[in-house]
Design a protein around this ligand. Structure first.
Ligand SMILES: [Zn+2]
Length: 175
């Protein structure tokens, strides 16, 4: 049983959420610890995905678990992920984000994507993701390039959400 620590989730707006992340140079024990912490933090939140920059680590790694509510957990660790194919068909989901709590907005993305990535053992995979899984991996990959789901909605809505988040962060800082 790996030892896990909950990490602090950064809230928007934060400059670290707007940066392009560095590839993981080597999949070692430190990266595996980070991935396990990220899974633990994601389940605790709870959420279906969490990317490195959301816990202040500007590396190309994210975790997801899109299992149905009553199904067995299906944790996935994706390191240095790259999209290798997208479908022409699109899909719209109400997306949310652990860094922008309680905000949900519809975002349209390819319905299916193929993504290559390294797993926690450094083994190369190429998997096809569809429906909710496809949305999740695209949302998380965006985080590694400093893109948030609210970057796809209107500027006016985005500014309203950002102002709301600034207020929330002030309240949280006051305690
Ligand atoms: Zn997110």
């Amino acid at each position: 049983m790996p030892r896990m620590t909950l990490r602090n989730i950064l809230l928007h707006p934060d400059p670290r959420l707007k940066k392009a992340c560095e590839p993981v140079a080597e999949v070692n024990a430190k990266i595996r610890d980070l991935a396990n912490d990220m899974l633990e933090t994601m389940y605790d939140a709870p959420g279906v995905g969490l990317a490195g920059p959301q816990v202040g680590v500007l590396k190309r790694i994210f975790v997801i678990d899109c299992a149905e509510k009553d199904a067995a957990p299906d944790p996935m660790i994706l390191i240095n992920p790259e999209i290798t194919w997208v479908s022409e068909e699109l899909n719209t989901y109400d997306e949310g984000c652990l860094s922008i709590p309680e905000i949900y907005e519809p975002v349209t993305r390819p319905e299916m994507v193929r993504m290559s990535y390294l797993d926690a053992d450094g083994k190369l995979h190429e998997d096809e993701f569809e429906a909710l899984h496809a949305t999740a991996v695209q949302h998380e990959l965006d985080h590694l390039d400093g893109i948030l789901f609210i970057d796809y909605i209107s500027k006016m809505k985005r500014e309203m959400i950002t102002n709301k988040m600034k207020k929330l962060k002030k309240e949280l800082a006051r305690g």
